[in-house]
Design a protein around this ligand. Structure first.
Ligand code: GDP
Ligand code: CA
Length: 321
C-alpha cells in the first residue's frame, strides 16, 4: 500500500485531500494538520483547520463556504450575544459547537488533542488518518500596528477574521512552536511515507506553522522520499483568501515561483504551478526543484483528483530521476 503524508491547513488542504482520496483510493493517507489557528472561545477549544479537514472529508462541511457545518443554525451564538458575550466576529454554529464541547470535555478529562481528534474522526470517518501536528499549545500571532505609533501582537484569528487581514502584518509568530513536540504518529508517518505532499495550503500560517514544530523539517528531509507541492498562488494572487498578506509579512512575493523558493530545494523536490504560471517553470527548475505547469483550480472533485494525480506522477518522476 502506498503511504502518502499530507501537511494540511484548512480549506485548501481539505479540498485537495478530497481529490487525493479519489485519485489514490487504495493509498494510506496520513494528514498532519495545522493547529496554530486554534483558539479558545467561550471556554471551548476550537481547532478550525482540523475540523475543516474532518468535516470536508466526512461529508459535514458547508460546501460553498468551505468551513463550518452544512445546514447550520446560530441559536447559541445569538443567545450568547444577548448576554453581551462575544466575540461575535467568529462564526460558531450550533452543530459546530457540539464538536468543540466534546473536544473540550475530553481535553479536560486528560486526553491529548491527538486522541481527541481520533475520537472525533470515529464519527466522521474521513478516510484518512488525521493527526494534529502537535499535542502542545501553539498559537499563531500576527504583529500589527497598535494605532498609537507602536506595535502589538494579536491572535491569528483576530487578524484574519476580525481585521480581515486588512491592516499591515509585520511578522507572523508561531508562539509556542519552539517548545512543541510532534504529536504521536507524526514522525513515524513521515519516516514510513512513500511520498510527502504539500497541498495548496497557506505557505506561512498553515504549512509554515507545521514546519515550525521541531523535528518536522528534519523528519521530512530524512524520509528520503519525494516531497512535492502544489501552488496556492495562481497568477500572482491567492486563489481565495488573503495568503498574499502573510506572505508579504515574511518577505515572500505572491508568486508561484517565490513560494517554491521559500520552501526551498532542501525541502521540496517537485512543485506544480498552474498553467497560467507556465513561465515560472524555468525559474523553479533553476533552483533545483522539478516543476510542471498543470491546471490547479479545484473547481470540482474531478479537477481536484486530476491535480492529485499530477502530484503523484511528479513524485514518481522525482523518484526515477
Ligand atoms: P485555510 O487554513 O482555511 O486558510 O486553508 P489552507 O491553508 O489549507 O489553504 C488556503 C489556501 O488555499 C489559500 O492560500 C488559497 O490560495 C488556496 N486555494 C484555495 N482554493 C484553491 C484552488 O482551487 N487552487 C489552488 N491552487 N489553491 C487554492
Ligand atoms: Ca487555517
Amino acid at each position: 500500500m502506498q503511504r502518502i503524508v499530507v501537511l494540511s491547513g484548512g480549506i485548501g488542504g481539505a479540498r485537495f485531500l478530497r481529490g487525493l482520496r479519489r485519485a489514490a483510493p487504495d493509498a494510506g493517507i496520513t494528514v498532519i494538520g495545522n493547529t496554530g489557528d486554534d483558539i479558545h472561545l467561550f471556554g471551548l477549544k476550537v481547532c478550525p483547520d482540523l475540523d475543516t479537514v474532518m468535516y470536508t472529508l466526512g461529508g459535514g462541511i458547508h460546501d460553498g463556504q468551505g468551513w463550518g457545518r452544512a445546514d447550520e443554525t446560530f441559536t447559541v451564538k445569538e443567545e450568547l450575544a444577548a448576554y453581551g458575550v462575544g466575540p461575535e466576529w467568529f462564526g460558531l454554529g450550533d452543530r459546530d459547537f457540539a464538536t468543540h464541547i466534546v473536544r473540550t470535555q475530553m481535553l479536560g478529562a486528560g486526553y491529548p488533542l491527538s486522541a481527541v481528534t481520533e475520537a472525533l474522526c470515529r464519527r466522521w470517518e474521513p478516510g484518512v488518518t488525521l493527526l494534529p501536528m502537535t499535542d502542545d499549545r501553539v498559537e499563531t500571532h500576527v504583529v500589527v500596528d497598535d494605532g498609537e505609533g507602536g506595535r502589538k501582537a494579536v491572535h491569528f484569528q483576530e487578524y484574519w477574521v476580525r481585521l480581515r487581514a486588512a491592516v499591515p502584518a509585520h511578522a507572523v509568530l508561531p508562539v509556542g512552536a519552539d517548545q512543541a513536540a510532534p504529536a504521536p504518529g507524526v514522525l513515524d508517518a513521515l519516516a514510513t511515507a512513500d511520498v510527502i505532499v504539500f497541498p495548496p495550503s497557506n505557505p506561512v500560517v498553515s504549512i509554515g506553522t507545521i514546519l515550525a514544530v521541531p523535528g518536522l523539517r528534519e523528519g521530512i528531509a530524512d524520509a528520503g522520499v519525494p516531497v512535492v507541492g502544489l501552488s496556492p498562488i495562481i497568477g500572482d494572487a491567492p486563489v481565495r483568501g488573503m495568503a498574499d498578506k502573510v506572505l508579504a509579512a515574511v518577505g515572500v512575493p505572491s508568486t508561484a515561483a517565490a513560494v517554491a523558493q521559500h520552501y526551498g530545494s532542501g525541502l521540496l523536490d517537485g512543485w506544480l504551478v498552474d498553467t497560467a504560471d507556465a513561465d515560472a517553470v524555468g525559474a523553479v527548475e533553476a533552483d533545483g526543484i522539478r516543476c510542471r505547469a498543470v491546471p490547479l483550480l479545484m473547481t470540482d472533485i474531478d479537477a481536484t483528483a486530476a491535480m492529485a494525480r499530477e502530484a503523484l506522477s511528479l513524485a514518481e518522476e522525482v523518484k526515477a530521476a
